[in-house]
Design a protein around this ligand. Structure first.
Ligand code: GLC
Length: 801
């Protein structure tokens, strides 16, 4: 509890020490308008694509003590001038009496006490609104009357994020600021690049009269341009210059004289940072949000939204850290990965035109199906639109322009231009969407394929079901020497890029999982011929995998174009890969003895107390034939690091073989909540999953990086809810099939599914891991373990294990 604690009632994590090992962030708003706020009040805000319409300048690579994007200064009159400090700790770094950053659902609230002044700043983006609100309450908690000013400051970037960094004449020559002087001292200070005048102007304003403002950074910092953010010289003058910048590094600093505040007295100021086409058009909205009641109302709505969002599932298990994650923080992270994909975080900087990943979003969307069905379907439709007629998929696309590309594979001409795994992920997303919603009609919806003719017109459309079958057939038709699917440029393991002709055991299993899904679907639809066709594909691949890929203790991961295995005991490095084991079990290709053995090998060679490594041992030297994987030292990222995204797949596999104890152990060892006591080693936010932790081949074993935007969010949520708790939507209804730690005496869950809320109680008197003896629905025993759809809003389900 060195840096903070969880408050599950308020659904917050509360940081109590601002000197966290890295900045810890939270998201506000969405991709249409929003970004992130760090725990010291810095902010990166964009409207739409962060690469092409960025508002604040936030450079994560600068030291954590530095100003980034936005801050707030407070000053009070002393006998010989002013005392200046920031209630956000950064950038003035004063000693504080109290510091709390409440990381909430959709908002961040910083409460601090410095020099007898208490400041409470709530930062959020109201729904359906394109502005960041900073709702500031300042209270004099000293015994004396104090004369207090507050000065919020934002620093702007050129809207094209990369241009800001690669042209330092053109960019500053375009940057403009001007002020609209309203009645009674109210002001709106605009900032824009010259060509955006009258189309996209940023603005900063307040519901309080502004005595003066500054828009030029050099003047604001003072000291002939050598002033610092820690101690800006202009803050010692009574007023700013009111200069309306015609070039340069544009900032906006707004002088608020709150005046003499008596002991115990509070003043409130509401700030808005937004972007609009014209001041006349926006005036009405600006005025609306100057009203305290409107802001209170909007903040309340945010809470109500999350009440509703989280109500699709809540659980009560004997493991409180599990509950904290499953009830609050993991679904919130799933929401963020669904919305932000890999666009914008402290690690994914959103500077280029990367767009969103086909494989990433196909997986992210599975984490939100119970909570936001319509938005999920919309994203799935977009994904289907970048699938090609041959069944493969474009690797990345811009969700706004819908222009797609082939990802990094474009850069190496002698390698395939597709990723062998992409096309298969969408089968899972569509099937899971239908299981959750029962919306079988969706299968008939016509959606175009991405291929275009000379005039950029769509060539062909097909039903959703047709899209799925083409995905399968693409993999079926693109196999290598052993009959295993060709790797393409890469599979899920992005940086393993082997010369053309390599085969992937991961894709073989992925194909197996997808075929099982399709067979279940066609069986439900009553199409026997299709079931037979795909069952045959499945059995053929199962034979290939078991004939060529079993290595004695585990499954191999790849074959090179010369037929040499990778991830085999014959290799000296990269002998064993996690995904080849977990997925062989998920596909059902590995049975009984082999399944158990493969998982025991994961436990023996790959597991650490801090998570499961992706492979072992790491590659010691860069090898261009293997590609990106060998650019990392052993123990980092995909080269034998603890790549968290692949951990839940092992949990799922363990539940399939019935080992609930291990599944829960693997869950616990990467649960960020459990890292709260080990933050100095782990470094990142304990309230979200990171993408990677350094493995035990690395001297900094245990250090995490790349928090927030990772497929880990969706898959750990699925592993915990569908496989460990075993509350799993199927085409036929909600299945209950827990696989828990045998020490658990049971658990409770409330799950909204289709039309009904199921109040589930699982009783594990026999202290087993897996196996349902009996299920009672409203006291009546049912056949099997799929809950019948009932004509009631609520029902009681009692499950005896
Ligand atoms: C990153 C990529 C993802 C890839 C994974 C493993 O998370 O976003 O697409 O599957 O790394 O390489």
């Amino acid at each position: 509890m060195k840096y903070g604690f969880f408050d599950d009632k308020k659904r917050e994590y509360i940081i109590t020490n601002p000197k966290t090992p890295t900045k810890w962030i939270n998201y506000v708003g969405g991709l249409n308008f929003g970004g992130f706020v760090d725990h010291t009040g810095g902010s990166l805000i964009c409207k739409g694509d962060p690469a092409i319409n960025r508002i604040t300048k936030y450079i994560p690579q600068m030291p954590d003590s530095e100003f980034k994007g936005e801050t707030l200064y407070i000053r009070f009159k002393t006998d010989d001038g002013y005392k200046v400090f920031s209630p956000f700790f950064v950038p003035t770094l004063d000693d504080y009496d109290k510091y709390e950053c409440h990381v909430g659902l959709g908002y961040t609230k910083i409460i601090s006490e410095f020099y007898g002044i208490r400041c409470e700043a709530t930062i959020f983006v109201p729904f359906d609104s394109e502005r960041v609100i900073r709702d500031i309450k300042v209270t004099n908690i000293s015994n004396e009357t104090m004369d207090i000013d507050i000065i919020p400051v934002a620093e702007y970037t050129h809207f094209e994020a990369l241009k800001q960094f690669n042209n330092n004449d053109w960019v500053p020559q375009t940057m403009q600021s001007d002020c609209v002087f309203e009645e009674d001292g109210y002001k709106i200070v605009f900032q824009y690049a010259f060509m955006k005048k009258d189309t996209a102007m940023n603005y900063y304003t307040s519901n309080y009269p502004i005595a003066s403002f500054e828009t030029d950074r050099k003047t604001f910092l003072g000291n002939m341009g050598y002033g610092t953010w820690q101690n800006p010289q202009s803050l010692y003058d009574d007023e700013f210059t009111n200069y309306q910048a015609r070039r340069g590094d544009n900032v906006c600093a707004l002088m608020h004289h709150l005046g003499k505040i008596k002991s115990g007295e509070e003043k409130r100021v509401i700030l808005q940072l937004g972007q609009c086409a014209s001041y006349k058009e926006e005036m009405c909205e600006i005025n609306k949000f100057r009203n305290e009641n409107v802001v209170d109302e909007e903040f309340k709505k945010l809470g109500e939204y999350w009440d509703e969002y989280l109500s699709s599932l809540s659980v009560e298990t004997p493991n409180s850290e599990f509950n904290t994650m499953v009830n609050i923080h993991n679904p919130r992270q799933c929401y963020m990965t669904k919305n932000w994909s890999r666009y914008l975080s402290l690690y994914q900087l959103g500077l280029g035109a990367r767009g969103i990943g086909f494989r990433d979003s196909s997986q992210d969307v599975m984490g939100v199906l119970a909570n936001m069905k319509d938005e999920a379907r919309e994203l799935i439709e977009k994904l289907l639109k970048v699938q090609l007629r041959n069944g493969s998929a474009m690797h990345q696309f811009n969700p706004i322009s819908m222009i797609a590309n082939r990802g990094d594979s474009e850069e190496m001409e002698d390698r395939p231009d597709y990723y062998g795994d992409d096309n298969l992920w969408i089968i899972y997303s569509v099937c899971e969407y239908i299981k959750e919603t029962g919306d079988f009609d969706f299968l008939q919806k016509e959606i175009e394929f991405y291929d275009k003719d000379k005039n950029e017109q769509t060539i062909e459309s097909g039903s959703v079901l047709e899209h799925l079958e083409r995905s399968i057939n693409f993999t079926h038709d693109n196999v290598g020497k052993h009959g295993l699917p060709l790797l393409g440029f890469a599979d899920w393991n992005d940086p393993t890029n082997l010369p053309t002709g390599a085969e992937s055991v991961f894709i073989a299993n992925q194909y197996g999982v997808a075929l099982n899904e399709l067979c279940d679907l066609f069986e439900y639809l009553g199409d026997e011929d299709k079931v037979e066709k795909y069952r045959k594909y499945y059995n053929e691949m199962k034979d290939v995998v078991n004939e060529h890929c079993w290595d004695g203790e585990w499954y191999v991961r790849y074959f090179t174009n010369d037929g040499i295995p990778i991830g085999s005991k014959i290799n000296t490095e990269g002998k064993i890969y996690t995904n080849a084991q977990s997925w062989s079990i998920m596909s059902g290709f590995a049975k009984d003895e082999r399944a158990k053995k493969a998982l025991d090998s994961v436990n023996k060679y790959l597991n650490t107390e801090k998570g499961i490594k992706l492979s072992y041992p790491g590659y010691e030297k860069y090898d261009p034939a293997k590609g990106g994987i060998s650019t990392f030292p052993p123990g980092a990222k995909e080269n034998g690091g603890i790549f968290l995204h692949s951990n839940p797949w092992v949990m799922i596999a363990e539940t399939i073989v019935g080992n609930g104890e291990r599944a829960v152990q693997y869950y616990n060892q990467i649960n960020p909540v459990t890292k709260n006591d080990k933050i100095d080693e782990y470094e990142l936010e304990p309230y979200v999953y990171a993408q990677n932790i350094l493995g035990n081949e690395h001297p900094q074993f245990g250090l995490a990086r790349n928090s927030w935007l990772s497929g880990t969010a969706s898959w750990t949520y699925q592993a915990a809810t569908k496989y460990i708790l075993g509350i799993k939507p199927t085409f036929k209804g909600l299945m209950i099939n827990p696989c828990i730690d045998p020490k658990w005496n049971g658990f409770k869950a409330v799950r909204k599914f289709r039309k009904t809320t199921y109040n589930i109680e699982v009783v594990n008197e026999s202290r087993t891991s897996k196996g349902v003896k009996k299920i009672l629905v409203d006291n009546v025993e049912i056949d099997g373990n799929i809950l019948p759809s009932i004509d009631a809003d609520e029902c009681k389900v009692r499950v005896i294990m």
